[in-house]
Design a binder for this molecule. Sequence first.
Ligand code: ZN
Ligand code: ZN
Length: 175
Amino acid sequence: MKCCSCKNTELEPSELEHGLLAASCPKCKGALLPLMNYRFWSEHSHEISDIHTELAEEAAGAKQCPKCSGMMTKYRIGVNTQNRLELCSHCDEVWLDAGEWDLVKTLDLHKKLSSVFTEAWQRNIRRQKEKSSMHAHFSKIIGESDFSKVEAFKEWVDAHPKRSDIKHFINTKFD
Ligand SMILES: [Zn+2]
Ligand SMILES: [Zn+2]
């Protein structure tokens, strides 16, 4: 199997963690991880090695699965990282660029890596990103210090049992 990043480099058997078997590229340090191996490992092992690898920049462009040559789908890992993992849903194999396994551990996702590839996980990331861009947008318009007051007020209103009356009152014009 050839590396899907460097194209011509042959993948070599490796261990991401003790007992977690993958196929790694000696050149770019990326790794192809069969989710079957991952599931077995995560059910049996609770120990992870120290985080040491430098995180690679997220490689641009689509990748082809080293096994079946099909296109791999990119999945965001979290809201605050640009890195995405590639999955071949046909082979059930994940491509991790150099440092991304360590990133997974840093984000405390090494016990629930499979969740990243669910629609619910991806939807939640999209929602959080929308929320933070809305916040940035209004914070810029309203001004940072006033926005934090508005935000606290909104939180209070949204949790209030009489919120619809409060909102109604706010929107009422007396003139
Ligand atoms: Zn490579
Ligand atoms: Zn494949």
